[in-house]
Design a protein around this ligand. Structure first.
Ligand code: SF4
Length: 350
């Protein structure tokens, strides 16, 4: 019969997690290897759940993903449905400005906490900046850029255009399943730090083939570099994906990882994300979802709002069902002054 007692070694790691001082790679690996049905896994999820509810003050965050363009992307990351080699999209689509503004206004009306503006790998940064300027005139939600690696000068331009943060993950299989060097991705993260853009991260896209060493390395890296949030996203195999034979991890496996990454992050993050939105992680330390429209690297639909993408309403409902309040203020953007606020202040003084 299973004992009611927790394994003392696991109990010690969970106590360290509870103290919010963060876990090292070895400790994370031990937790990642726990049996899914074990008492220890539920104790792990309970600990992550408790510290998140306390630290994030019960807030359920929705950061609304708008993918502004579809393009058969020549960078050919293997997990991405927008990759040229995936053969899903033959044509380039730029979603019209009116549609992008309409999505942003709808997000604002539904109390979304941020807009994550995503582009494909070769999209013009000037265009992205124009979109940000346009959105800043129409809505007052913090803007987060999700685009390619950038230089200091480009980062300053993003900041000036009104972005307050940037989503930039060092992916699992970086340099192997993508053409990008890990060092280059890291350099971009230090650019954000230098110029004052918040760095948003996620350990992604996790599949069954990834080792606990690779996963724990990225979890710890996120804490070391001070990510605003860094949860876990599983890889979604669109039909025709090169990973179809490898399969996908389940939501329950994902929830276990979300809990581990929560304890790894300690008191550093302002929120804890997971993707795609699902309920199990909301009792495992996650409090941040990405509802989606426009292009998505996980979808065969050009507008994922008509495909896999979950709506803000659906995310809000999951939060409410699981005891998170989507209407409280966001915890992610307290420490930043958007450029438009600075401009407004400068204007007022002049
Ligand atoms: S993940 Fe980004 S860079 Fe890679 S293929 Fe997809 S759109 Fe291109």
């Amino acid at each position: 019969m299973m004992s009611w007692r927790l394994d003392p070694k696991i109990e010690n790691i969970l106590k360290k997690g509870e103290d919010c001082i963060g876990l090292n790679e070895n400790e994370a690996q031990t937790l990642l290897c726990l049996d899914l049905g074990s008492k220890e896994v539920y104790a792990l999820m309970e600990t992550a759940n408790r510290i998140s509810r306390e630290q994030f003050k019960g807030k359920g965050e929705s950061h609304f993903h708008i993918g502004v363009n579809v393009e058969p992307c020549r960078f050919n990351c293997k997990f991405c449905s927008l990759a040229e080699n995936a053969g899903v999209f033959a044509e380039t689509i730029e979603f019209p400005e009116e549609e992008i503004i309409g999505w942003a206004k709808m997000a604002q009306a539904n109390n979304a906490d941020a807009l994550n503006i995503m582009t494909t790998g070769t999209y013009s940064l000037t265009r992205l900046i124009d979109i940000a300027k346009l959105l800043n005139k129409e809505v007052s939600i913090p803007l987060v850029a999700n685009t390619r690696d950038i230089t200091h000068r480009e980062g300053e331009e993003l900041l000036k255009a009104g972005f307050v943060g940037a989503y930039h993950a060092i992916r699992l299989g970086e340099g192997k399943d993508t053409p990008f060097a890990l060092e280059k991705r890291l350099r971009t993260i230090s650019v954000f730090k230098d110029i004052g853009l918040l760095w948003m991260n996620c350990v992604e896209p996790v599949g069954p083939e990834h080792t606990v060493e690779e996963i724990s390395y990225l979890m710890v890296l996120a804490r070391k570099h001070g990510a605003t949030y860094s949860g876990v996203m599983r890889r979604i195999n669109f039909s025709g994906s090169p990973f179809e034979k490898v399969g996908m991890i389940s939501e329950l496996e994902l929830a276990r990882m979300v809990a581990v990454s929560r304890l790894v992050m300690g008191d550093v993050p302002k929120a804890h994300c997971t993707h795609e939105p699902h309920v199990a992680s909301l009792i495992s330390g996650a409090n941040l979802f990405f509802p989606e429209v426009g292009s998505s690297p996980r979808d065969r639909h050009a507008d994922t709002g008509e495909g896999r993408g979950r709506s803000i309403a659906a995310c809000r409902q999951m939060f409410t069902e699981m005891g998170w309040d989507p209407d409280l203020p966001s915890n992610c953007f307290d420490s930043v002054s958007p450029a438009k606020t600075l401009d407004a202040a400068a204007g007022a003084k002049a």
